[in-house]
Design a protein around this ligand. Structure first.
Ligand SMILES: [Zn+2]
Length: 207
């Protein structure tokens, strides 16, 4: 009989600022959190030392990336150009941390999805699979992205199916195309040197 898959979970913490631009009340104001991430990895079989993966690998790969990129940074909605440009200018003129741009509001849900995607990339060459990522924004409030949604996120760029699409497929494809364009813009902004950040660079008709 095949052994049941086993998971292991590494907890990681960091401090960051964010605001939920279109929030109905106080979360639209810039504020900070002590974020906690739970990164859960899964394996069908344990390694020869009886582990899914060494906890230190998750800490080094994913925690190291968080320390370099998200810790004491501002997590910004791609549409929040005023905050993004403020942070870019502070980074350029005062050496502060550059902002990290998200494809939507930087809620716990969106941060969990982004970290699940990143954790998969950061752990790819270890052969470890990410099963689940949970983000605690406060001790009482968390959001979880599961393996199923990680796989779905990975497939967002899947091409148009052959033949004439049904209206539903066409609508799905338009949503996927839109997401893909936003993703490309976000990736470009997160890679861009500070001088190459400008406000309102995107063709609004494309959104
Ligand atoms: Zn918040």
């Amino acid at each position: 009989m095949r052994p049941a898959p086993t998971t292991c979970t590494r907890r990681l913490e960091w401090d960051a600022a964010h605001r939920v631009l279109r929030h109905e009340s106080k979360c639209a104001t810039l504020h900070g959190h002590r974020y906690t991430a739970l990164i859960t990895c899964i394996a069908d079989q344990l390694d020869d030392k009886g582990r899914v993966v060494d906890f230190g690998v998750i800490k080094e790969r994913v925690g190291g990336w968080i320390d370099r990129t998200w810790d004491h940074a501002t997590l910004v909605n791609v549409d929040d150009e005023a905050l993004r440009m403020f942070c870019v200018n502070q980074a350029r003129d005062r050496g502060q941390r550059p902002p990290y741009v998200f494809p939507g509001e930087p809620t716990a849900e969106v941060i969990a999805a982004e970290l699940a995607r990143l954790a998969e990339e950061l752990l790819a060459d270890t052969g470890v699979r990410v099963a689940e990522v949970t983000i605690f924004e406060t001790p009482n409030c968390s959001a979880t992205v599961t393996l199923e949604s990680v796989v779905r996120l990975r497939n967002v760029r899947v091409g148009r199916p052959p033949g004439v699409p049904s209206p539903e497929e066409d609508a799905d494809q338009r949503v996927a195309d839109h997401r893909s364009r936003v993703r490309q813009r976000v990736d470009a902004l997160n890679r861009a040197p500070l001088d190459e950040h400008t406000a309102d660079t995107v063709d609004r008709t494309q959104r």
